[in-house]
Design a protein around this ligand. Structure first.
Ligand code: BGP
Length: 478
Protein backbone atom coordinates (compact mmCIF):
# COMPACT_ATOMS: atom_id res chain seq x y z
CA UNK A 1 0.00 0.00 0.00
CA UNK A 2 1.31 3.39 -0.98
CA UNK A 3 1.99 5.78 1.87
CA UNK A 4 0.92 8.70 -0.33
CA UNK A 5 -2.66 9.98 -0.33
CA UNK A 6 -4.97 8.48 -2.94
CA UNK A 7 -5.43 11.93 -4.47
CA UNK A 8 -1.73 12.80 -4.30
CA UNK A 9 -0.96 15.53 -6.83
CA UNK A 10 1.87 14.07 -8.91
CA UNK A 11 2.96 16.38 -11.68
CA UNK A 12 5.54 18.89 -12.80
CA UNK A 13 6.30 22.60 -12.51
CA UNK A 14 7.13 25.46 -14.87
CA UNK A 15 7.06 29.26 -14.98
CA UNK A 16 5.68 31.36 -17.84
CA UNK A 17 8.77 33.49 -18.42
CA UNK A 18 11.01 30.44 -18.59
CA UNK A 19 9.05 28.41 -21.12
CA UNK A 20 6.23 30.27 -22.90
CA UNK A 21 8.10 32.46 -25.35
CA UNK A 22 5.69 34.63 -27.38
CA UNK A 23 7.05 37.51 -25.31
CA UNK A 24 5.34 40.20 -27.42
CA UNK A 25 2.56 38.10 -28.96
CA UNK A 26 -1.08 39.18 -28.94
CA UNK A 27 -0.59 42.37 -26.97
CA UNK A 28 1.74 41.06 -24.26
CA UNK A 29 3.96 43.69 -22.63
CA UNK A 30 7.59 43.22 -21.54
CA UNK A 31 8.22 41.82 -18.08
CA UNK A 32 11.41 42.06 -16.03
CA UNK A 33 12.77 38.70 -17.29
CA UNK A 34 12.15 39.82 -20.90
CA UNK A 35 14.90 42.38 -20.28
CA UNK A 36 17.38 39.68 -19.18
CA UNK A 37 20.10 38.30 -21.47
CA UNK A 38 21.50 34.79 -21.44
CA UNK A 39 24.45 33.78 -19.26
CA UNK A 40 26.06 30.59 -18.01
CA UNK A 41 27.47 29.02 -14.85
CA UNK A 42 30.51 31.29 -15.22
CA UNK A 43 29.18 34.31 -17.15
CA UNK A 44 26.39 36.24 -15.39
CA UNK A 45 23.17 37.02 -17.20
CA UNK A 46 22.45 40.75 -17.46
CA UNK A 47 19.39 42.88 -17.17
CA UNK A 48 19.26 45.76 -19.66
CA UNK A 49 17.08 48.85 -19.58
CA UNK A 50 16.15 48.45 -23.26
CA UNK A 51 16.27 45.53 -25.69
CA UNK A 52 19.80 45.55 -27.17
CA UNK A 53 19.85 44.19 -30.73
CA UNK A 54 23.26 42.53 -30.24
CA UNK A 55 22.11 40.49 -27.22
CA UNK A 56 20.13 37.28 -26.82
CA UNK A 57 17.07 37.34 -24.57
CA UNK A 58 16.15 33.71 -23.80
CA UNK A 59 12.63 34.37 -22.56
CA UNK A 60 11.58 35.82 -25.92
CA UNK A 61 11.19 32.46 -27.53
CA UNK A 62 12.11 30.13 -24.64
CA UNK A 63 10.72 26.71 -25.64
CA UNK A 64 7.64 28.27 -27.23
CA UNK A 65 5.03 26.63 -25.04
CA UNK A 66 2.85 29.44 -26.39
CA UNK A 67 2.48 27.48 -29.60
CA UNK A 68 3.24 23.96 -28.30
CA UNK A 69 0.96 23.83 -25.27
CA UNK A 70 -1.37 21.16 -26.66
CA UNK A 71 1.51 18.84 -27.53
CA UNK A 72 3.26 19.45 -24.20
CA UNK A 73 0.18 18.92 -22.05
CA UNK A 74 -0.55 15.72 -23.99
CA UNK A 75 2.94 14.51 -23.06
CA UNK A 76 2.35 15.39 -19.40
CA UNK A 77 -0.90 13.44 -19.59
CA UNK A 78 0.95 10.48 -21.07
CA UNK A 79 3.15 10.47 -17.96
CA UNK A 80 -0.04 10.45 -15.92
CA UNK A 81 0.24 13.94 -14.43
CA UNK A 82 -2.52 14.73 -11.96
CA UNK A 83 -1.31 18.29 -11.59
CA UNK A 84 0.55 20.87 -13.66
CA UNK A 85 2.13 23.90 -12.00
CA UNK A 86 2.40 26.88 -14.31
CA UNK A 87 2.33 30.61 -13.86
CA UNK A 88 0.29 33.29 -15.56
CA UNK A 89 2.37 35.93 -17.29
CA UNK A 90 1.09 39.15 -15.71
CA UNK A 91 1.97 41.17 -18.85
CA UNK A 92 -0.21 38.96 -21.06
CA UNK A 93 -3.20 40.10 -19.03
CA UNK A 94 -2.09 43.65 -18.14
CA UNK A 95 0.79 44.66 -20.45
CA UNK A 96 2.05 47.52 -18.27
CA UNK A 97 0.40 46.42 -15.04
CA UNK A 98 -1.66 49.62 -14.87
CA UNK A 99 -4.48 48.99 -17.33
CA UNK A 100 -7.94 48.56 -15.90
CA UNK A 101 -9.30 46.34 -18.69
CA UNK A 102 -7.53 43.03 -19.20
CA UNK A 103 -6.11 42.00 -22.56
CA UNK A 104 -8.67 39.55 -23.94
CA UNK A 105 -6.16 37.74 -26.14
CA UNK A 106 -3.96 37.04 -23.12
CA UNK A 107 -6.93 35.70 -21.15
CA UNK A 108 -7.90 33.47 -24.07
CA UNK A 109 -4.48 31.84 -24.13
CA UNK A 110 -4.85 30.57 -20.56
CA UNK A 111 -8.44 29.52 -21.26
CA UNK A 112 -7.03 27.23 -23.92
CA UNK A 113 -4.28 25.94 -21.63
CA UNK A 114 -6.67 25.21 -18.73
CA UNK A 115 -9.23 23.61 -21.04
CA UNK A 116 -6.51 21.38 -22.42
CA UNK A 117 -5.48 20.40 -18.88
CA UNK A 118 -9.09 19.61 -18.06
CA UNK A 119 -9.47 17.48 -21.17
CA UNK A 120 -6.58 15.36 -19.86
CA UNK A 121 -7.80 15.31 -16.26
CA UNK A 122 -4.90 17.47 -15.05
CA UNK A 123 -5.45 19.93 -12.20
CA UNK A 124 -3.68 23.25 -12.77
CA UNK A 125 -1.73 24.81 -9.89
CA UNK A 126 -1.24 28.46 -10.78
CA UNK A 127 1.51 30.74 -9.53
CA UNK A 128 0.12 34.24 -9.87
CA UNK A 129 3.48 35.98 -9.86
CA UNK A 130 6.58 33.96 -10.72
CA UNK A 131 9.40 36.49 -11.28
CA UNK A 132 7.29 38.13 -14.03
CA UNK A 133 6.65 41.70 -12.93
CA UNK A 134 5.61 44.06 -15.74
CA UNK A 135 8.81 45.95 -16.60
CA UNK A 136 6.77 49.15 -16.81
CA UNK A 137 6.12 48.87 -13.06
CA UNK A 138 9.86 48.64 -12.47
CA UNK A 139 10.56 51.63 -14.72
CA UNK A 140 7.90 53.82 -13.21
CA UNK A 141 7.62 52.73 -9.58
CA UNK A 142 10.81 50.75 -8.83
CA UNK A 143 8.65 47.65 -8.54
CA UNK A 144 7.41 46.51 -5.17
CA UNK A 145 9.32 49.28 -3.39
CA UNK A 146 6.19 51.32 -4.12
CA UNK A 147 3.07 50.57 -2.13
CA UNK A 148 0.86 51.31 -5.13
CA UNK A 149 1.88 47.94 -6.55
CA UNK A 150 -0.56 46.33 -4.11
CA UNK A 151 -3.48 47.82 -6.01
CA UNK A 152 -2.14 46.76 -9.41
CA UNK A 153 -1.63 43.22 -8.14
CA UNK A 154 -5.16 43.15 -6.72
CA UNK A 155 -6.61 44.22 -10.09
CA UNK A 156 -4.65 41.49 -11.80
CA UNK A 157 -5.80 38.85 -9.31
CA UNK A 158 -9.44 39.92 -9.44
CA UNK A 159 -9.39 39.62 -13.23
CA UNK A 160 -7.85 36.14 -13.34
CA UNK A 161 -9.88 34.82 -10.39
CA UNK A 162 -13.14 35.80 -12.06
CA UNK A 163 -12.11 34.53 -15.48
CA UNK A 164 -10.75 31.17 -14.33
CA UNK A 165 -12.95 30.53 -11.29
CA UNK A 166 -14.35 27.35 -12.80
CA UNK A 167 -11.02 26.14 -14.18
CA UNK A 168 -8.47 26.70 -11.42
CA UNK A 169 -8.76 25.70 -7.78
CA UNK A 170 -5.15 25.92 -6.48
CA UNK A 171 -3.34 29.28 -6.45
CA UNK A 172 0.06 30.45 -5.16
CA UNK A 173 0.34 34.19 -4.61
CA UNK A 174 4.10 34.70 -5.13
CA UNK A 175 6.86 32.34 -6.20
CA UNK A 176 9.70 32.01 -3.67
CA UNK A 177 8.62 35.17 -1.90
CA UNK A 178 11.61 34.90 0.45
CA UNK A 179 14.05 35.70 -2.37
CA UNK A 180 13.20 39.29 -1.45
CA UNK A 181 15.25 38.88 1.74
CA UNK A 182 18.45 38.87 -0.34
CA UNK A 183 20.08 41.13 -2.90
CA UNK A 184 19.29 39.06 -6.00
CA UNK A 185 15.58 39.28 -5.11
CA UNK A 186 15.69 42.76 -6.63
CA UNK A 187 15.51 41.40 -10.18
CA UNK A 188 13.71 38.14 -9.49
CA UNK A 189 10.78 38.80 -7.19
CA UNK A 190 10.73 42.47 -6.25
CA UNK A 191 11.48 44.22 -9.53
CA UNK A 192 13.35 46.92 -7.59
CA UNK A 193 15.90 47.46 -10.34
CA UNK A 194 14.70 50.75 -11.80
CA UNK A 195 17.24 52.13 -14.27
CA UNK A 196 19.74 49.38 -13.52
CA UNK A 197 21.73 47.72 -16.28
CA UNK A 198 24.28 45.06 -15.31
CA UNK A 199 24.61 41.53 -13.93
CA UNK A 200 21.10 40.54 -12.89
CA UNK A 201 22.09 38.85 -9.66
CA UNK A 202 24.69 41.51 -8.82
CA UNK A 203 22.40 44.43 -8.10
CA UNK A 204 22.67 45.87 -4.61
CA UNK A 205 19.55 47.23 -2.96
CA UNK A 206 19.33 48.36 0.64
CA UNK A 207 17.75 46.09 3.21
CA UNK A 208 15.34 48.96 3.86
CA UNK A 209 14.08 48.84 0.27
CA UNK A 210 13.93 45.05 0.14
CA UNK A 211 12.10 44.43 3.39
CA UNK A 212 9.70 47.28 2.74
CA UNK A 213 9.00 45.88 -0.74
CA UNK A 214 8.46 42.46 0.81
CA UNK A 215 6.02 43.97 3.27
CA UNK A 216 4.02 45.28 0.31
CA UNK A 217 4.01 41.78 -1.16
CA UNK A 218 2.81 40.30 2.15
CA UNK A 219 -0.05 42.79 2.29
CA UNK A 220 -0.90 42.18 -1.38
CA UNK A 221 -0.86 38.41 -0.83
CA UNK A 222 -3.04 38.62 2.28
CA UNK A 223 -5.52 40.93 0.55
CA UNK A 224 -6.07 38.60 -2.37
CA UNK A 225 -6.19 35.50 -0.16
CA UNK A 226 -8.91 37.15 1.89
CA UNK A 227 -10.72 38.26 -1.27
CA UNK A 228 -10.54 34.76 -2.71
CA UNK A 229 -11.88 33.20 0.50
CA UNK A 230 -14.81 35.62 0.49
CA UNK A 231 -15.70 35.36 -3.20
CA UNK A 232 -14.53 31.94 -4.28
CA UNK A 233 -14.80 29.51 -1.36
CA UNK A 234 -13.79 26.67 -3.67
CA UNK A 235 -10.26 28.12 -4.03
CA UNK A 236 -7.25 26.85 -2.11
CA UNK A 237 -4.70 29.60 -1.61
CA UNK A 238 -1.04 28.83 -0.94
CA UNK A 239 2.30 30.50 -0.27
CA UNK A 240 5.55 29.45 -1.96
CA UNK A 241 8.91 29.59 -0.19
CA UNK A 242 12.37 28.74 -1.54
CA UNK A 243 13.28 26.46 1.31
CA UNK A 244 17.00 26.90 1.86
CA UNK A 245 17.82 24.64 4.75
CA UNK A 246 21.18 25.12 6.40
CA UNK A 247 23.04 23.04 8.98
CA UNK A 248 25.52 24.19 11.61
CA UNK A 249 28.92 23.16 10.27
CA UNK A 250 30.16 22.22 13.75
CA UNK A 251 28.61 21.59 17.15
CA UNK A 252 30.08 24.85 18.39
CA UNK A 253 27.03 26.53 19.97
CA UNK A 254 28.00 29.69 18.12
CA UNK A 255 27.44 27.80 14.85
CA UNK A 256 24.09 26.50 16.09
CA UNK A 257 22.86 29.97 16.96
CA UNK A 258 24.14 31.38 13.69
CA UNK A 259 22.33 28.61 11.83
CA UNK A 260 19.13 29.30 13.72
CA UNK A 261 19.31 32.94 12.71
CA UNK A 262 19.99 32.01 9.11
CA UNK A 263 16.94 29.74 9.07
CA UNK A 264 14.83 32.49 10.62
CA UNK A 265 15.92 35.09 8.06
CA UNK A 266 15.98 32.83 5.04
CA UNK A 267 12.91 30.68 5.57
CA UNK A 268 10.72 31.36 8.60
CA UNK A 269 10.37 35.16 8.37
CA UNK A 270 8.25 34.98 5.22
CA UNK A 271 6.51 31.70 5.99
CA UNK A 272 5.45 32.90 9.43
CA UNK A 273 3.82 36.03 8.03
CA UNK A 274 1.94 34.15 5.34
CA UNK A 275 0.86 31.15 7.44
CA UNK A 276 0.51 32.62 10.92
CA UNK A 277 -0.56 36.09 9.82
CA UNK A 278 1.94 38.15 11.80
CA UNK A 279 5.64 38.96 11.86
CA UNK A 280 7.49 36.52 14.11
CA UNK A 281 9.22 37.51 17.36
CA UNK A 282 12.68 37.55 15.74
CA UNK A 283 11.64 40.08 13.09
CA UNK A 284 12.56 42.90 15.48
CA UNK A 285 16.10 41.54 15.79
CA UNK A 286 16.42 41.35 12.01
CA UNK A 287 15.11 44.89 11.47
CA UNK A 288 17.46 46.20 14.15
CA UNK A 289 20.52 44.43 12.76
CA UNK A 290 19.79 45.56 9.22
CA UNK A 291 18.80 49.08 10.23
CA UNK A 292 15.33 48.69 8.76
CA UNK A 293 12.41 50.86 9.77
CA UNK A 294 9.36 49.14 8.41
CA UNK A 295 6.53 51.45 7.43
CA UNK A 296 3.17 49.85 8.17
CA UNK A 297 -0.13 51.50 7.50
CA UNK A 298 -3.10 51.24 9.84
CA UNK A 299 -4.94 48.08 8.93
CA UNK A 300 -1.87 46.21 7.67
CA UNK A 301 -1.63 44.02 10.74
CA UNK A 302 -5.30 43.13 10.52
CA UNK A 303 -5.08 42.24 6.86
CA UNK A 304 -2.06 39.99 7.44
CA UNK A 305 -4.08 38.17 10.09
CA UNK A 306 -7.12 37.79 7.86
CA UNK A 307 -5.29 36.66 4.74
CA UNK A 308 -3.44 33.55 5.87
CA UNK A 309 -2.88 30.75 3.39
CA UNK A 310 -4.57 27.33 3.27
CA UNK A 311 -1.48 25.35 2.31
CA UNK A 312 2.26 25.79 2.28
CA UNK A 313 4.35 25.02 -0.78
CA UNK A 314 8.08 25.21 -1.29
CA UNK A 315 10.99 24.52 -3.58
CA UNK A 316 13.70 22.20 -2.37
CA UNK A 317 16.92 21.54 -4.28
CA UNK A 318 19.85 21.46 -1.89
CA UNK A 319 21.21 22.35 1.53
CA UNK A 320 24.27 24.24 2.76
CA UNK A 321 26.16 24.72 6.01
CA UNK A 322 26.88 27.82 8.03
CA UNK A 323 29.77 28.39 10.40
CA UNK A 324 31.61 30.96 12.45
CA UNK A 325 34.81 29.09 11.56
CA UNK A 326 36.66 28.65 8.28
CA UNK A 327 34.78 26.78 5.55
CA UNK A 328 34.81 26.30 1.81
CA UNK A 329 32.10 28.12 -0.15
CA UNK A 330 29.68 26.44 -2.54
CA UNK A 331 26.67 27.66 -4.52
CA UNK A 332 22.97 26.79 -4.38
CA UNK A 333 19.46 27.80 -5.36
CA UNK A 334 19.39 31.55 -4.73
CA UNK A 335 21.82 31.26 -1.86
CA UNK A 336 25.32 29.81 -1.56
CA UNK A 337 26.86 28.61 1.69
CA UNK A 338 29.52 26.44 3.20
CA UNK A 339 30.32 23.06 1.71
CA UNK A 340 29.09 19.94 3.48
CA UNK A 341 31.72 17.15 3.34
CA UNK A 342 28.98 14.48 3.47
CA UNK A 343 27.22 15.61 0.29
CA UNK A 344 27.93 15.51 -3.42
CA UNK A 345 27.04 18.46 -5.64
CA UNK A 346 25.49 18.97 -9.08
CA UNK A 347 27.51 20.43 -11.97
CA UNK A 348 26.33 23.84 -10.77
CA UNK A 349 27.62 23.24 -7.24
CA UNK A 350 24.18 22.65 -5.66
CA UNK A 351 24.64 20.04 -2.92
CA UNK A 352 22.34 17.05 -3.27
CA UNK A 353 20.64 16.15 0.01
CA UNK A 354 17.58 13.87 -0.16
CA UNK A 355 17.49 13.28 3.61
CA UNK A 356 17.34 17.01 4.07
CA UNK A 357 13.92 16.91 2.41
CA UNK A 358 12.56 14.61 5.11
CA UNK A 359 14.07 16.88 7.75
CA UNK A 360 12.60 19.99 6.16
CA UNK A 361 9.12 18.47 5.70
CA UNK A 362 9.05 17.59 9.38
CA UNK A 363 10.29 21.01 10.45
CA UNK A 364 7.76 22.89 8.35
CA UNK A 365 4.82 20.68 9.24
CA UNK A 366 5.70 20.75 12.92
CA UNK A 367 5.66 24.53 12.83
CA UNK A 368 2.54 25.19 10.75
CA UNK A 369 0.32 22.09 10.78
CA UNK A 370 -1.23 22.80 7.39
CA UNK A 371 -0.94 20.66 4.23
CA UNK A 372 2.41 20.89 2.45
CA UNK A 373 3.38 20.49 -1.16
CA UNK A 374 6.82 20.21 -2.77
CA UNK A 375 6.30 22.33 -5.88
CA UNK A 376 9.91 22.36 -7.11
CA UNK A 377 12.70 19.82 -6.84
CA UNK A 378 15.03 18.36 -9.40
CA UNK A 379 18.46 18.10 -10.90
CA UNK A 380 19.77 20.65 -13.38
CA UNK A 381 22.23 18.72 -15.52
CA UNK A 382 23.95 18.65 -18.92
CA UNK A 383 22.07 16.04 -20.97
CA UNK A 384 24.14 14.41 -23.73
CA UNK A 385 22.59 12.42 -26.54
CA UNK A 386 23.88 8.83 -26.45
CA UNK A 387 25.13 6.85 -29.43
CA UNK A 388 21.71 5.28 -29.81
CA UNK A 389 20.31 8.79 -30.23
CA UNK A 390 18.50 8.77 -26.85
CA UNK A 391 18.87 10.57 -23.53
CA UNK A 392 19.72 8.12 -20.74
CA UNK A 393 19.39 10.43 -17.75
CA UNK A 394 19.89 7.86 -14.99
CA UNK A 395 21.48 10.59 -12.79
CA UNK A 396 18.15 12.48 -12.85
CA UNK A 397 16.19 9.34 -11.99
CA UNK A 398 18.57 8.68 -9.06
CA UNK A 399 18.10 12.21 -7.78
CA UNK A 400 14.31 12.12 -7.99
CA UNK A 401 14.01 8.60 -6.62
CA UNK A 402 16.05 9.39 -3.54
CA UNK A 403 13.95 12.49 -2.86
CA UNK A 404 10.66 10.64 -3.29
CA UNK A 405 11.90 7.96 -0.88
CA UNK A 406 12.53 10.63 1.73
CA UNK A 407 9.13 12.21 1.08
CA UNK A 408 7.58 8.82 1.74
CA UNK A 409 9.42 8.62 5.07
CA UNK A 410 8.19 12.09 5.99
CA UNK A 411 4.62 11.00 5.22
CA UNK A 412 5.15 8.01 7.49
CA UNK A 413 6.48 10.44 10.10
CA UNK A 414 3.01 12.00 9.96
CA UNK A 415 3.50 14.93 7.59
CA UNK A 416 0.41 15.87 5.54
CA UNK A 417 1.83 16.05 2.02
CA UNK A 418 -0.51 16.97 -0.85
CA UNK A 419 1.68 16.56 -3.86
CA UNK A 420 4.94 16.78 -5.73
CA UNK A 421 5.66 18.75 -8.90
CA UNK A 422 9.35 18.42 -9.88
CA UNK A 423 10.82 21.52 -11.49
CA UNK A 424 11.15 21.96 -15.24
CA UNK A 425 9.24 18.82 -16.17
CA UNK A 426 10.01 19.90 -19.71
CA UNK A 427 13.41 21.53 -20.40
CA UNK A 428 13.22 25.29 -20.03
CA UNK A 429 15.36 28.40 -19.49
CA UNK A 430 17.28 28.55 -16.21
CA UNK A 431 16.19 31.34 -13.87
CA UNK A 432 19.61 32.01 -12.39
CA UNK A 433 21.77 31.80 -15.50
CA UNK A 434 19.42 32.12 -18.49
CA UNK A 435 20.87 28.92 -19.97
CA UNK A 436 19.13 26.12 -21.83
CA UNK A 437 22.06 23.79 -21.09
CA UNK A 438 20.96 23.41 -17.47
CA UNK A 439 18.17 20.92 -18.06
CA UNK A 440 15.67 19.47 -15.59
CA UNK A 441 13.10 17.87 -17.87
CA UNK A 442 11.58 14.46 -18.44
CA UNK A 443 11.12 15.87 -21.93
CA UNK A 444 14.10 17.08 -23.92
CA UNK A 445 13.64 20.22 -26.01
CA UNK A 446 15.89 20.84 -28.97
CA UNK A 447 16.74 24.41 -28.08
CA UNK A 448 20.25 25.58 -27.28
CA UNK A 449 22.11 28.37 -25.54
CA UNK A 450 22.81 30.26 -28.75
CA UNK A 451 19.09 30.41 -29.51
CA UNK A 452 19.19 27.73 -32.22
CA UNK A 453 17.19 24.48 -32.29
CA UNK A 454 14.00 23.29 -33.95
CA UNK A 455 12.09 23.12 -30.63
CA UNK A 456 11.16 19.48 -31.17
CA UNK A 457 10.38 17.44 -28.06
CA UNK A 458 11.85 14.01 -27.14
CA UNK A 459 11.31 11.72 -24.18
CA UNK A 460 14.27 11.03 -21.89
CA UNK A 461 14.54 7.77 -19.90
CA UNK A 462 13.16 9.61 -16.88
CA UNK A 463 9.88 10.06 -18.78
CA UNK A 464 8.91 6.38 -18.59
CA UNK A 465 10.34 6.05 -15.12
CA UNK A 466 8.20 8.90 -13.77
CA UNK A 467 5.17 7.51 -15.58
CA UNK A 468 5.58 4.28 -13.60
CA UNK A 469 6.08 6.17 -10.34
CA UNK A 470 2.80 8.01 -10.85
CA UNK A 471 0.94 4.89 -11.98
CA UNK A 472 1.92 3.13 -8.75
CA UNK A 473 1.34 6.21 -6.56
CA UNK A 474 5.03 6.29 -5.67
CA UNK A 475 5.36 2.61 -4.79
CA UNK A 476 7.48 1.43 -7.70
CA UNK A 477 10.57 3.61 -7.80
CA UNK A 478 12.87 1.10 -9.49
C1 BGP B 1 13.76 28.42 -8.45
C2 BGP B 1 12.78 29.13 -9.31
C3 BGP B 1 12.55 28.56 -10.65
C4 BGP B 1 13.64 27.71 -11.21
C5 BGP B 1 14.45 26.92 -10.20
C6 BGP B 1 15.71 26.32 -10.72
O1 BGP B 1 14.45 29.34 -7.71
O2 BGP B 1 11.52 29.25 -8.70
O3 BGP B 1 12.05 29.56 -11.46
O4 BGP B 1 14.32 28.25 -12.22
O5 BGP B 1 14.74 27.67 -9.08
O6 BGP B 1 16.71 27.28 -10.77
P1 BGP B 1 17.66 27.47 -11.99
O7 BGP B 1 16.78 27.71 -13.15
O8 BGP B 1 18.48 28.64 -11.64
O9 BGP B 1 18.44 26.22 -12.11
Amino acid sequence: MSVFRKDFLWGGATAANQFEGGWDADGKGPSVPDMCTNGSHTVPKWITTAIRPDKLYPSHEAIDFYHHYAEDIALFAEMGFKCFRLSINWTRIFPTGEETTPNEKGLEFYDKVFDCCKKHGIEPLVTISHYELPYALTEKYNGWADRRLIGFYENYCHAIFERYKDKVKYWLTFNEINCGMSGFGAVLGLGTCQGYEGPAMGIETSAQTRLQALHHQFVASAKVVKYAHEHYPQFQMGCMIAFMATYPMTCDPADVVLNQQKMQEGNWYCGDVQVRGAYPHFAKRIWKELGVELKMEPGDEAILKEGTVDFYTFSYYMTNCVTTHEGEQTSGNLMGGIKNPYLKASDWGWQIDPQGLRYVLNEIYGRYQIPLMVVENGLGAYDERSEDGKFHDSYRIDYLRSHIQEMAKAVEDGVDLMGYTPWGCIDLVSASTGEMAKRYGFIYVNKFDDGTGDLSREKKDSFDWYKKVIATNGEDLA
